[in-house]
Every structure is written in structure tokens, then in C-alpha cells.
Design a protein around this ligand. Structure first.
Ligand code: UFG
Length: 342
């Protein structure tokens, strides 16, 4: 029986791109997803890109009994990449219990099953949100974490702590968290990408939907920040580059190259772009007009953050490669494909 990588949330935005990269690197994959924020067709599209259909099980990982059933059925799991989680910052403020229950129960069920069924390798999808607004930029992995701004952000911080404590007493386990900066873009095939439900919260889906005519104009949330053009700065990382970091992480754990049994890495480009710079890069890359207006700040937004990626570059041997223009073009090509725009 061949070994499998379990990808939870594998039909979601980052999950689906990671399944593609894993399969292209020769791994066999089983996806677990409850389709709460994604569609089953994603599995077909992964197959179209890679020529290989991942296994797929549809259930909710916050259900402990179902999670145990899964591990009883699949006795050949070699590693887990855990993406499955609720991720809307604003919604998490309104529904804190749903967020804590879903995100933390799923994590604990998986860790419990790792121990019980002898799965040793675990990669966790974390976020730069754990740094809050850092005092010094760029942020390294030793930059102190700040209290979370939202229940969503707190689920990431608490999850990291749970994994650290689990690894501490389970010497067989090898755990690794990737702290993503702002993932954007889509697969160059335009067969998979980001599909937000309803009005997008994130900048790039809002930009592409505005360019496609679905939204009247982009609202830029504040131009009075302490940045060169007054708009906030983020480190936008191409989703395919980000997905490749997961393949590197899996290989590191499977081959036992990890230094300690809980490691964490920043996954970004190392470059900060302001909202205004990103808008201009989009217009330049696509040649499409983008109506926008400046409005007031969005509550909870930080001013600026970008990654120091030295540790990921040197220790993982991973580096972001795509240009911001190519990445924005890939997001636009995906939007056009979804809307049947020529
Ligand atoms: N922005 C706009 N207009 C919009 C949407 C966003 O001006 O319509 C601005 C925001 O103010 C911010 C930047 O674009 O300055 C990026 O905003 P996003 O919502 O795309 O991303 P965030 O940096 O706010 O959030 C991301 C992830 C979260 C994660 C957070 C950690 O989406 O999951 O980073 O900082 F928690």
C-alpha cells in the first residue's frame, strides 16, 4: 500500500494548490474537507492539472468519532498538512465560539489521532497574524508574538501553542508550522484559485472582482498610515510559491532533517507592497482599469508587516520566486475564467 499525505482543507485556496504541488512531486494525497467554503469540483480540476485524482473524504474534522474512523480506514498516512479552518477575521469576532470550536477541535482531534495511529509528521498552516503589529521590521521567527486582534488570529496563536506542547511530550512527533504572510494569485492553468463566498474581504479578490465589473469600485481603507504613500504595507506571497514550501516542509520531516520536533518558519517574499502600489502593479500587469476611492481605515488593520525570510531560505532551501506582476496576472486570469471573460 503506497504512503499517503493527508491534506485537510485540500479543496480550499491554499490546500488545492498544495495538493497539485504534492502530486507533481510524486506524492499520493488524500483530501479531507467538509466543503464548508469550497466545492467538490476542485478535485476534478486538480486531476485536470496533474493527471492524477487525489482521494477525497468529505467530513468535518471537528467531529472526533469521524476523525478516528478516518484513521482506522486509512492506515497508510505518512504525514498531515492541516489547512482546514474557518478564516474570516470579521466573522470570527461575531462568532467566537464557532471559530474556537471548529479550528481548535479539528486540530486536537488530528493530534490525538497522530499519537494513536502512529502518524509522526505534521505541517500546520499558521499566519503572520501571530506577530500583530511588530515593533521592528522585517519580522523574524524570534520576533515576539503579540496578543491576537481577533478570535481567528487567536486560534492560530493557540494552535501553535497546542502543537508546541504536544511535540514536547511526544518525541516521535515531528511538527512544523508555516507562518504565511498574504497569499494571493492562482495556478497558472487558471483551473484553481481563490473563490470567496459573497463580498470578498481580502484585497486581491476585491480588486479582481472590481476589474471584472462585479463591484463598482475598490475601497482603499485609509491613506493616513505612517508609510511612504500612507496606505498599509503587506508581504504578498504567490500561492504556488507558498504551496511549494509545504512540499519542502513535508520532505524535511519525512527525511528527518528537522532540527527540533517543533519548528516554525516565516513564508513570505521579504518585500512589502502598499495597497496603492499593489493597485498600480495590477493595472500595469493587466492593462485593465480599476476604479477606486480612498475611504476610512478598517478596524483592526495593522499598519505594516513584511517577512524576514532568511530562516526559510537557508534552512528550508525555499525562496519565493514569482514576480508581483505575474502573480496579479494569475489572479486576474482566474477571475476571467470564473466569469467567462475573454
Ligand atoms: N484592503 C483595502 N480594501 C479592501 C480590502 C483590503 O484597502 O477592500 C487593504 C487592507 O486595509 C489591508 C490590505 O488591503 O491594508 C490587505 O488586506 P487583506 O484583507 O487582503 O489582508 P490582511 O492583511 O488584512 O489579512 C491577512 C489574512 C488574514 C490574516 C492577516 C494577518 O487575510 O487571514 O493577514 O495579518 F489574519
Amino acid at each position: 500500500m503506497s504512503k499517503l499525505i493527508l491534506v485537510t482543507g485540500g479543496t480550499g485556496f491554499i490546500g488545492s494548490h498544495t495538493v497539485v504541488e504534492l502530486q507533481q512531486a510524486g506524492f499520493d494525497v488524500v483530501i479531507v474537507d467538509n466543503l464548508s467554503n469550497s466545492k467538490a469540483e476542485v478535485v476534478d480540476n486538480i486531476e485536470k492539472i496533474t493527471g492524477k485524482r487525489p482521494l477525497f473524504e468529505c467530513f468535518d474534522l471537528s467531529d472526533r468519532a469521524l476523525t478516528h474512523e478516518f484513521f482506522k480506514k486509512y492506515t497508510n498516512i505518512e504525514a498531515i498538512i492541516h489547512f482546514a479552518a474557518f478564516k474570516a477575521v470579521g466573522e470570527s469576532v461575531q462568532k467566537p465560539l464557532e471559530y474556537y470550536r471548529n479550528n481548535l477541535n479539528a486540530l486536537m482531534n488530528l493530534l490525538e489521532c497522530m499519537k494513536e495511529y502512529g502518524v509522526n509528521n505534521f505541517v500546520f498552516s499558521s499566519s503572520c497574524t501571530v506577530y500583530g503589529q511588530p515593533d521592528k521590521l522585517p519580522v523574524t521567527e524570534t520576533t515576539p508574538r503579540k496578543p491576537a486582534e481577533s478570535p481567528y488570529g487567536n486560534t492560530k496563536a493557540v494552535a501553535e501553542d497546542i502543537i508546541r506542547d504536544f511535540a514536547h511530550v511526544n518525541s516521535q512527533a515531528k511538527c512544523l508550522a508555516l507562518r504565511y504572510f498574504n497569499p494571493i494569485g492562482a495556478h497558472p492553468s487558471a483551473l484553481i484559485g481563490e473563490s470567496p463566498v459573497g463580498v470578498p474581504n481580502n484585497l486581491v479578490p476585491y480588486i479582481t472582482q472590481t476589474a471584472a465589473g462585479l463591484r463598482k469600485e475598490l475601497s482603499i481603507f485609509g491613506n493616513d498610515y505612517n508609510t511612504p504613500d500612507g496606505t498599509p504595507i503587506r508581504d504578498y506571497i504567490n500561492v504556488v510559491d507558498l504551496s511549494k514550501a509545504h512540499v519542502v516542509a513535508i520532505n524535511r520531516l519525512i527525511s528527518g532533517k528537522n532540527k527540533v520536533n517543533y519548528e516554525y518558519f516565516n513564508i513570505g517574499t521579504g518585500n512589502g507592497y502598499s495597497v496603492m502600489e499593489l493597485v498600480n502593479a495590477f493595472i500595469k500587469a493587466t492593462g485593465v482599469n480599476l476604479p477606486y476611492k480612498i475611504v476610512g481605515r478598517r478596524a483592526g488593520d495593522i499598519e505594516k508587516i513584511w517577512a524576514d525570510t532568511t530562516l526559510a531560505n537557508n534552512e528550508l532551501g525555499w525562496k519565493a520566486e514569482a514576480s508581483i506582476e505575474d502573480t496579479l496576472l494569475s489572479a486576474w486570469n482566474w477571475e476571467k475564467k470564473c466569469r467567462n471573460i475573454e
